[in-house]
Design a protein around this ligand. Structure first.
Ligand code: PHE
Ligand code: CO
Length: 294
């Protein structure tokens, strides 16, 4: 889920649920709510055929997400458990960081249960079940990405102890939420914040204005992000294997210490050391970028 919505967190878990989970109450969704899911799903699946990472599309299929209606978390979890040992659990909204990381570390993905209204198809501030489930869950069927998310949860629990959650959040933001991945000579989408958004699915690959830069852990942890508009920096991983390997092999402790005395890099800056896939253009210098990259 998007962790930075500008809203105060409730300070206590829902009654009877120390781990903040609630029942999805799947039977309570109305036909109109299922119809919103179906409309969003059809539009995104069509949009993403040529745009999303093949691993994402494979997850949609293997989890049988093409069945109509909002997925029942119990059924989805049964399939995921079989494939990668993950489950999807419902929560009332944003949860405290330690609760979020704790669930990830146990291979539980927390999802909102509510769905946006028909007036909110293109924009909403808080993650709903379409963002959380359509955006995040397909890649949890991929063994490598599944391990990355669990490692992230464990890393989050450690970062909390080191007062470094803000740093680690940037990694989540620029990979799990807004990541791009190389696929042959093309770039593909995999971040949940992109693939669950019709507008950003177009923008992130085709628009001439954002920078698309090679993934570099330290660089990325120095880069702030905006939560109220399309991104102006996207980072491109070489592969999911590479992302998992780099994050597992790097002890973030020394990085967090080094970062305490290293300035941030303003959004929209390109450094001489950046691996540039596309350099963002302002409107008057715009040039078509096409889909082929070195
Ligand atoms: N290696 C990281 C650490 O030392 C943990 C981590 C792994 C974080 C994978 C994110 C993803 O904290
Ligand atoms: Co999210």
């Amino acid at each position: 889920m998007i962790k930075d919505a500008d809203k105060p967190l409730p300070d206590a878990p829902p009654p009877g649920a120390a781990d903040w989970t609630i029942d999805q109450r799947w039977a309570d969704y109305t036909p109109a709510e299922h119809a919103v899911w179906d409309q969003l799903f059809a539009r995104q699946v069509a949009m993403l055929q040529e745009r999303a990472a093949p691993e994402f599309l494979a997850g949609v299929d293997v989890l049988k997400m093409r069945q109509p209606g909002i997925p029942d978390f119990a059924e989805l979890s049964a399939r995921l458990l079989d494939l990668t040992g993950w489950q999807v659990v419902a929560v009332p909204g944003l949860v405290p960081d330690d609760v979020f990381f704790g669930h990830l570390a146990e291979r539980r993905f927390v999802s909102g249960r509510f769905i946006r209204t028909p007036e909110q198809l293109d924009y909403l501030q808080e993650p709903d079940v379409f963002h959380d489930v359509f955006g995040h869950v397909p890649l949890l069927a991929n063994k490598v990405f599944a391990d990355y998310m669990q490692a992230y949860g464990r890393g989050g629990l450690r970062a909390a102890g080191a007062g470094a959650i803000a740093r680690l959040s940037r990694l989540y933001w620029y990979t799990v939420e807004f990541g791009l991945v190389r696929s042959g000579n093309a770039l593909k989408l995999f971040g949940a914040g992109i693939v669950s958004s019709h507008g950003e699915s177009l923008f992130a690959l085709d628009d001439p204005s954002p920078h698309r830069l090679g993934f570099d852990m330290l660089r990325l942890m120095r880069t702030p992000y905006r939560i109220d508009d399309y991104q102006q920096n996207y980072f491109v991983i070489d592969s999911f294997d590479d992302l998992l390997r780099q994050t597992q092999e790097t002890d973030f402790g020394p990085l967090y210490t080094a970062l305490e005395t290293t300035p941030d890099i303003a959004i929209g800056t390109v450094l001489p050391t950046d691996r540039v896939y596309t350099r963002g253009q302002t409107a008057d210098q715009a040039v078509p970028t096409g889909l082929n990259y070195p």
